[in-house]
Design a protein around this ligand. Structure first.
Ligand code: ADP
Length: 255
């Protein structure tokens, strides 16, 4: 499978280590993006991690939404500064786009964003999208950008959404609870019942859980697009899939 434009979404769980943004994981991610761009694959990044970046300079209790908004507001420029430094090593520029899901409800605003994103990509700039947490709290409350990234992939013309998660694939049931859970390599459809049965978020840092990934998958399948769920702790599986066309680990959602 050869893609012209992909969206890569990295979850807060993956980017965070010991409550701070993990430099190594960010370096790996930026290296992957640089390799994709070398092969003329356009990449839009949807990155969480602003709350963790904010927490490193102001350790407020992250359990309240108000505090998370404060931390995201402090952390967003810090996060982008880290990305800029890493991309600079490859002579690449990145840019910041803060969106709320409702921005994409409006045709006019969606169109304006589409034009800007096309122009950024034409100039070989990597757009880094995050939810605008100051005026929208969907990411902080639920979703961890899974839904936003699906919407971004659909509205900005990406054939594939890559979700880099703390789990290496979709399993038949929660692998942390059931030792007999099996990986699912390919998913062609998702039923409403499956969505209802799936458990919700699992930690102080992550807000998504597998259900938001399945919802994102269903949304994209319904719109003729694809999704790949892979681990963000080590990028071998996603590199193999995107760069070598070999599906080793990870789950591909496609019709
Ligand atoms: P992220 O931080 O990448 O947004 P989450 O931690 O929110 O991801 O969600 C992934 C978690 O969902 C996994 O670590 C796993 O414990 C849990 N989970 C529950 N059911 C499943 C399943 N069927 N397949 C895979 N993971 C599952």
């Amino acid at each position: 499978m050869k893609f012209k434009r992909v969206v890569i979404k990295v979850g807060s769980h993956v980017l965070t280590e010991n409550r701070a943004v993990s430099k190594e994981r960010m370096i790996d991610l930026v290296d992957l993006i640089a390799q994709l761009m070398q092969r003329d694959i356009e990449v839009i990044l949807v990155s969480s991690g602003a709350v963790s970046a904010g927490y490193t300079v102001l350790p407020l209790d992250r359990l309240t939404i108000g505090n998370k908004q404060v931390l995201a507001s402090i952390g967003q420029p810090l996060l982008l500064k880290m990305y800029q430094e890493k991309f600079a090593k490859y002579n690449l520029l990145c840019s910041q786009i803060l969106l709320s899901a409702s921005d994409l409800d409006s045709k006019k605003r969606t169109h304006l964003a589409q034009v800007t994103i096309d122009n950024l990509l034409k100039n070989r700039v990597v757009p880094i999208i995050n939810e605008n947490d100051v005026i929208a709290t969907e990411e902080l409350v639920f979703g961890d950008n899974d839904q936003l990234s699906a919407s971004v992939a659909d509205n900005f013309g990406a054939e594939l959404l890559v979700i880099l998660s703390d789990i290496d694939a979709l399993y038949t049931k929660d692998p942390r609870k059931y030792s007999d859970a099996k990986t699912r390599k390919e998913v062609n459809y998702i039923t409403d019942k499956e969505l209802e049965d799936m458990p919700s978020p699992n930690s102080e840092f992550a807000t998504g859980g597998i259900v938001t990934k399945l919802k994102a998958g269903k949304y994209l399948l319904d719109r003729g697009r694809k999704m790949f769920l892979a681990t963000g702790f080590g990028l071998d599986d996603i590199k193999s899939f995107l760069l070598d066309g070999v599906h080793k680990g990870g789950t591909l959602f496609k019709r």
